[in-house]
Design a protein around this ligand. Structure first.
Ligand code: PAF
Length: 280
C-alpha cells in the first residue's frame, strides 16, 4: 500500500497503535537497494507494523547537487519494500511535506554538523534533521532504522533525539556491500563501469586500515595517511576527506582508543561516494 498524504497515514497508523501494535519507521529517499532492504527486514522483526518513507528531500541538497537527477522508481521501490516486510510506503510530494508557507528548520548546533560531510555540504544536515523530525512527528514510531553508511547522519539524528527529548529508539544497521566490497548506495547508479571498478579502492583501503588497527596501529594520522596514499594511486579518485573521529560525538582524535569512526568521502567523476568503518 502506498499513501501519499499525511492525514490518511496518521489515521492508518493510529488505528494500528490503538490495538497495541509497535510501529517501526525506515526513512529513505528511495531507489531501494539491499542496504535499505536490510533495514526493512530488521524493522519487521522488531515491530508489528513497518512504515517505509520514500521522499527525495529537497532541503538536504544544495542548489549545485543532484536533487533533480537523484534516481526515482516508486513502482519498483513499492514492490521491493513490500516484499521485505513494509506494511505501508509513505511517498509524499514536496508540497505535502513543505507547503508553500513552511519556514521552520530543525538544526543540530555545534561542530558535529560542520565536520566531515558538513564541510563540503554545509546545509545538508539541517535538511536531514528537519525532514527526519517531520517523519517522526507524522509516523510517531517506536523504533527508527538508519544505515551505518551514513554514520555522521546517524550520530546527528541521535543527538537531535537527545536534545529534543524525542522518545524514539534509533537502530543503526551495518553497511551492506556488493560482493566486490563497494558499499551499496543509490548513487552507485551514476557510476560508469570504469568508475565502479575504481571505487573499489574505498572498501579496500578501509579494510587495510582495519587490519593495521587490529595489528596495533593507534595513530589516527598514520591511518588517514595510509588510506589517502592508497586512494591517491587511483587516478579517477578525488578525495574530499579521509578522517578519524570519535564516535558518536564526532571529535577529531589523535589516538584510536575508544569507539572510533574512520570515514571518507571521495569523488569519481561527478559522483561523490562515502564509506566508513567503526572501530569498537
Ligand atoms: O539517508 C537518507 O536516505 C536520508 O538522508 C533520509 C534519512 C531518508 C532523510 O531524507
Amino acid at each position: 500500500m502506498i499513501i501519499d498524504k499525511i492525514e490518511p497515514l496518521r489515521e492508518y497508523l493510529n488505528g494500528k497503535r490503538r490495538t497495541g501494535l509497535r510501529v517501526g519507521l525506515v526513512p529513505t529517499m528511495g531507489y531501494l537497494h539491499e542496504g535499505h532492504l536490510s533495514l526493512i527486514r530488521r524493522a519487521k522483526k522488531e515491530n508489528n507494523v513497518v512504515a517505509v518513507s520514500i521522499f527525495v528531500n529537497p532541503t538536504q541538497f544544495a542548489p549545485n547537487e543532484d536533487f533533480e537527477a537523484y534516481p526515482r522508481d516508486i513502482a519498483r521501490d513499492h514492490a521491493l519494500a513490500t516484499e521485505a516486510g513494509a506494511d505501508v510506503v509513505f511517498h509524499p510530494g514536496v508540497a505535502e511535506m513543505y507547503p508553500p508557507n513552511s519556514s521552520t528548520f530543525v538544526e543540530v548546533g555545534g561542530e558535529m554538523t560542520k565536520v566531515l560531510c558538513g564541510t563540503s555540504r554545509p546545509t545538508h544536515f539541517r535538511g536531514v534533521t528537519t525532514v527526519v523530525n517531520m517523519l517522526f512527528n507524522i509516523v510517531n514510531p517506536d523504533n527508527a532504522y538508519f544505515g551505518q553508511k551514513d554514520a555522521q547522519q546517524a550520530a546527528v539524528i541521535e543527538k537531535m533525539l537527545r536534545d529534543l527529548h524525542l522518545g524514539i529508539n534509533i537502530v543503526v544497521c551495518p553497511i551492506v556491500r556488493e560482493t566486490s566490497g563497494l558499499a551499496m548506495s543509490s548513487r552507485n547508479k551514476y557510476l560508469s563501469e570504469a568508475e565502479k571498478t575504481a571505487a573499489l579502492v574505498l572498501s579496500r583501503s578501509l579494510a587495510a586500515a582495519k587490519r593495521a588497527i587490529d595489528k596495533g596501529q593507534r595513530s589516527s594520522a598514520e591511518i588517514a595517511k595510509m588510506i589517502t596514499e592508497q586512494i591517491s594511486k587511483e587516478p579517477m579518485a578525488k578525495i574530499d576527506y579521509v578522517s578519524v573521529y570519535s564516535y558518536p560525538d564526532l571529535v577529531a582524535v589523535e589516538k584510536i582508543e575508544a569507539r572510533t569512526l574512520v570515514a571518507l568521502a571521495v569523488r569519481f567523476g561527478k559522483t561523490r561516494l562515502i564509506d566508513n568503518i567503526i572501530i569498537e
